[in-house]
Design a protein around this ligand. Structure first.
Ligand code: FES
Ligand code: FES
Length: 1009
């Protein structure tokens, strides 16, 4: 157990400041503590009161002698930009400058820094006045999750304040005390080098962000890019290849970020550099309680009794939870497991509920203390007495297979489940083989540790709960928590805005304790925060588990495998169902990758209960921990047969096979990946024989590949809902991230219309809670229009689908500049609304406007003409299409990935190229042409002649012409139009755009009836 008391004992009293990197030296002025012995602590802890000079301001606060500088800065004074991660003087996240020298604030006593000049990230620069390190760091993409960012930026500033011309080695040495789990190191170093140049006054050229990979995608030539399609998916043939309905008709080339260098969105990235990204760990309230855990020191034990009476009466302790008084966590019924589990709404079962009485893991949580400070909570933890019945345990596969291994499942044996798949007759195959070899591979297990401490903050306002958490999901997590607490999901607001790299495992380590944090906040009436110390977090993070894999392979002399036996044994901790315990899941992808041509094969999967940490998502799950052994086997088998490893793989990679439903593929990217990869890496130039290279130092080249498709990754889960989406034409789903659990969200969304429920809103804008975005009540007028539209559902255009385009297009020049026009979109929106009022199903493809979508209309937002064309095509089939949008005739030949800057060479030259003609494209003859195609002609001269010419050239049925030389039309509320058809010209008197829309909608209804 780590605590400040132990810290003081360990550190001694003269070694209080912990310096970063190689520049810093312990301060000679570090004042010794008042006590003489490093092992004697004052009881009670001495109180101090000091002035702290932080970022040029003076703060005065009281604190305990053992309080760290981080606690004073981030907790007491509310300068939350300085992150704390390891709390062990190892990662650098908490770095601040003290008198210009970087120190780890988590291992610097506050009293040592009192009265000295302290600089935190808040003093480096803010969004209005970014320091070059922050600005260039953003452009260089030097922050991914951003949890390490504040720390290294401060250290780098300390370096550049004293050395404006550091060498790269000096930069690396200065930052040596910083860990970036996202491994943004190259961009971090180049950010510091470029910032130094800017501070020296050099005019550095704008350089593309380093971490952007230019995706050339050789595999995207002529098939879909998402790893195959499912039976029944609609395939769409297009000039650039085949895509499926899942892609909504957007061909890969229209994914406009691919192949371009773009810095991340400013609103997302800049707060990471200024210390303002609101990780749950940065959330702070003045009256907040802090929770700490007491954990079990034994791998397996039962708690006979637990005594918290002393701890409960200690100073600052608000509440203590143990198995005795913890609330029952409600769970969804799970018929496959014996104990209580936390479940997600989509049925994934996760881990046993927190605070069990039976301990199956060293580090399992025994008690939770909520107190005024973390230190006071730890004091109380130390005073809790636990009487354990310590039991025999098994933590490894070797132990679990050993004769007489303790039975963890009450007489049922430790083997939880086996799963088998096979084809042919393996024994016959081995009998036919010329060569038979056996291989065994062991993976000891691994865990991805996030920078951000797993944790959360819970706060009640009346019967409404707000939880700040971490992870990949929002709604599924909220729903699971609502189930656990037995309240309506609408009573919970779950905030998960930024994450300090969760890697999957961090989410669940935090999520397991949300119900208990909510309970603590409820019973104490105060916000409660927990941030797990790294040593405790390690027991909670879900890991890639230990695996033992055995292969027996039989092959002919020409290298063809004719028989393959695959056996895999996993340690799954105390998780008896779900994830690794339920079956191989996506791990079978690797089996599928190599066995389509193998006549006889068998694969057996066995999951064993152990006292090891629980397996689960940890940068994917049931993937690398099992797939790697296949690659080792393929290499060893190739060597046995004297074949090149690539040749051997190509011999076995899956091809289509009638009747084998394991292969939902329409393409074989694996073949291209291998051949293209071999070419790029210079495989033919490698030293094929191990150790044959000359010289003392040998270099080799190896190969490993993996295949993943259609499993439980978030985007695939999301895909699962698209068929339902397609079947629910009135539903639109807008999401920033298709992630784990999104299927539930999508399914919920698409089910609504199927249940006869029409959804209006929410509106976009500022909300009472201070957030800005979609969440406001829809405007009364919008609701009224929706009711009108719903009542007109059986109107003259009932059952008809009409596409309407509206607004301008915006053609990007660089990330901030566009080529556009003055169209307001008002006429197009009015027409869409009028058509919906007549009962039509309307898809409004809109360029950038400030207008709300008319009620009952499905709006698809686009920017460029190319996107508009793709969206219109995706919306087909349609009965009619009305092209009102003012589409830019030209676009810049190339959109620059970074903002163009002024330079001495004068303004840049833009070359324009023609945009696609949307009207002509959709009006072209073909099976998918809408029955009625209406174009708009905005002309400034020869109005009718130009409209007639357009009617003829574009293949439209009608042209609505208006004279935009009259300055009241573009952007105004009125219009004066001429309806030009093959039969003649019908001139309509000046009227409101709404009236013009109603009249045109009436005409369209007439034409389609
Ligand atoms: S070094 Fe202080 S939090 Fe890691
Ligand atoms: S960006 Fe460095 S840890 Fe994530």
């Amino acid at each position: 157990m780590f605590s400040r008391r132990h810290f003081l004992k360990a550190a001694g009293q003269g070694i209080a400041l912990t310096a970063v990197g190689v520049r810093a030296t312990p301060s000679a002025s570090a004042a010794p503590l008042a006590q003489a012995s490093p092992f004697a602590l004052p009881t009670p802890i001495a109180q101090e009161q000091s002035a702290f000079l932080i970022n040029g301001r003076t703060f005065t606060t009281a604190y305990e002698a053992r309080t760290t500088l981080w606690e004073v800065i981030a907790v007491k004074l509310g300068l939350t930009g300085t992150n704390r991660s390891c709390n062990k003087a190892s990662c650098g996240a908490c770095s601040v400058l003290i008198d210009g020298v970087p120190f780890y604030s988590c291992h610097t006593l506050a009293m040592e820094a009192a009265g000295r000049k302290i600089l935190t990230i808040e003093g480096v620069g803010d969004e209005k006045n970014l320091h070059p390190l922050q600005r260039i760091g953003h452009e260089r993409v030097a922050a991914d999750c951003g949890f390490c960012t504040a720390g290294w930026v401060v250290t780098a500033k300390g370096l550049l304040d004293t050395n404006r011309n550091p060498s790269e080695d000096q930069v690396k040495a200065a930052l040596a005390g910083h860990i970036c789990r996202c491994a943004a190191y190259p961009s971090i170093v180049s950010t510091v080098m470029d910032s130094a140049a800017v501070l020296r006054g050099e005019n550095r050229p704008v350089v593309e962000p380093h971490s952007i990979v230019h995706i050339k995608q050789p595999m995207v030539r002529d098939f879909s890019t998402h790893g195959g399609h499912s039976a029944g998916d609609e395939l769409i043939e297009r000039p650039s290849g085949t895509s499926t309905k899942k892609w909504q008709g957007y061909a890969p080339e229209n994914l406009k970020v691919i192949g371009r260098s773009m810095p991340p969105l400013e609103e997302v990235a800049i707060p990471r550099f200024t210390g303002k990204a609101e990780y749950a760990s940065r959330v702070r309230f003045a009256n907040m309680l802090h929770a700490r855990f007491l954990t079990c020191p034994h791998p397996r034990a039962r708690i006979r009794d637990i005594d918290t009476s002393v701890a409960e009466n200690m100073p600052g302790v608000a509440h203590i939870l143990t198995y005795k008084n913890a609330p029952a966590v409600r769970v969804k019924p799970d018929t496959t497991t014996t104990g209580p589990v936390v479940t997600t709404p989509n049925g994934n079962r996760l881990v046993p509920a927190a605070l069990p009485r039976d301990m199956n893991l060293q580090g399992e949580v025994v008690a939770i203390v909520a107190a005024e400070t973390e230190d006071l909570a730890e004091d109380a933890i130390a005073a809790i007495k636990v009487d354990y019945d310590v039991l025999p345990f098994v933590s490894t596969i070797k132990d679990v297979l050993a004769p007489g291994a303790p039975d963890l499942r009450g007489g049922k044996g430790n083997l939880i489940r086996t799963w088998e798949s096979k084809a042919g007759d393996v024994e016959r195959g081995f009998a036919e083989a010329d060569i038979v070899k056996e291989f065994e591979y062991h993976f000891a297990g691994a865990v991805s540790v996030p920078m951000q401490p797993s944790g959360s903050v819970a706060k009640w306002d009346g019967d409404r709960l707000t939880i700040w958490g971490m992870g990949q999901g929002i709604y599924p997590v909220r729903n699971a928590l609502a189930t656990s607490l037995g309240i309506e999901p609408s009573k919970i607001r779950f905030i998960n805005k930024w994450n300090g790299s969760t890697f999957g495992s961090g989410r669940l380590a935090a999520e397991r304790f949300y119900p208990l944090m909510a309970h603590l906040a409820k019973v104490t009436g105060r916000p409660v925060k927990v941030m797990l110390p790294k040593d405790q977090e390690l027991a909670q993070l879900l890991i890639k588990p230990e695996t033992l894999t055995r292969f027996k392979v039989g092959a002919k002399k020409d290298g063809q495998i004719v028989a393959l036996q695959h056996e895999i044994l996993l340690s799954v901790g105390d998780v008896e169902t779900g994830y690794h315990a339920s079956g191989p899941g996506n791990a079978t992808n690797q089996l599928e990758l190599y066995t389509s041509g193998v006549p006889h094969w068998k694969s057996v999967w066995s999951a064993y209960k152990t006292n090891a940490p629980r397996p689960g998502p940890s940068r994917s799950y049931i993937q690398q921990e099992t797939k790697w052994s296949w690659e080792a086997m393929m290499d060893e088998m190739a060597e046995t047969l004297g074949l090149d490893p690539i040749e051997f793989r190509l011999k076995h990679i899956t091809r289509p096979k009638a009747g084998d439903d394991r292969y939902p593929y329409d393409s074989f990217a694996s073949v291209e990946v291998l051949t293209e990869g071999a070419r790029v890496f210079g495989w033919d130039k490698r030293t094929a024989k191990a150790g044959a290279a000359s010289g003392r130092f040998k270099r080799g080249m190896g190969l490993g590949m993996t295949q993943h498709h259609g499993g439980l990754m978030g985007y695939h889960e999301g895909e699962a809902a698209f068929p339902a989406l397609a079947a629910a034409p009135d539903a639109s789903v807008f999401g920033s991230e298709i992630e784990v659990g999104s299927d539930a969200m999508l399914n919920d969304a698409v089910r609504m219309p199927q249940n006869g429920v029409a959804v209006v809103g929410p509106g976009d804008g500022p909300m009472a809670c201070g957030e800005f975005g979609p969440g406001r009540m829809a405007e009364p007028e919008t609701i009224f229009q929706a009711i009108q539209a719903a009542l007109a559902g059986g109107g003259r255009l009932g059952g008809k689908h009409v596409i309407v385009t509206a607004g301008p297009t915006a053609e990007p020049i660089d990330p901030v500049r566009v080529l556009t026009n003055r169209s307001s979109g008002k006429q197009g929106y009015a027409i869409a609304g009028a058509l919906a009022d007549l009962g039509a199903r309307v898809t409004l493809v809109s360029g950038p406007t400030a207008l709300p979508a008319p009620a009952g209309v499905t709006r698809v937002d686009v920017e460029s003409a190319q996107e508009m064309l793709a969206a219109c095509r995706a919306a087909l089939p349609a009965d009619a299409a009305v092209f009102v949008a003012a589409v830019a005739d030209w676009r810049p030949d190339e959109a620059f990935g970074v903002k163009l800057k002024k330079s001495h060479d004068g303004p840049p030259t833009l070359r324009l190229v023609e945009n696609p003609d949307i009207l002509a494209s959709l009006a072209a003859k073909g099976a998918r042409r809408p029955k009625l195609v209406v174009g708009f002609a905005a002309e400034t001269n020869d109005l009718i002649d130009n409209a007639r010419a357009k009617l003829a050239h574009k293949g439209a049925d009608w042209i609505v012409a208006n004279d935009v030389s009259q300055d009241w039309i573009m952007g105004g509320d009125e219009n004066e139009v001429h309806l030009v058809t093959k039969k003649g010209v019908d001139t309509w008197a000046k009227a409101s755009k709404a009236e013009v829309a109603r009249r045109l909608a009436g005409k369209i209804a007439e034409a389609l009836s």
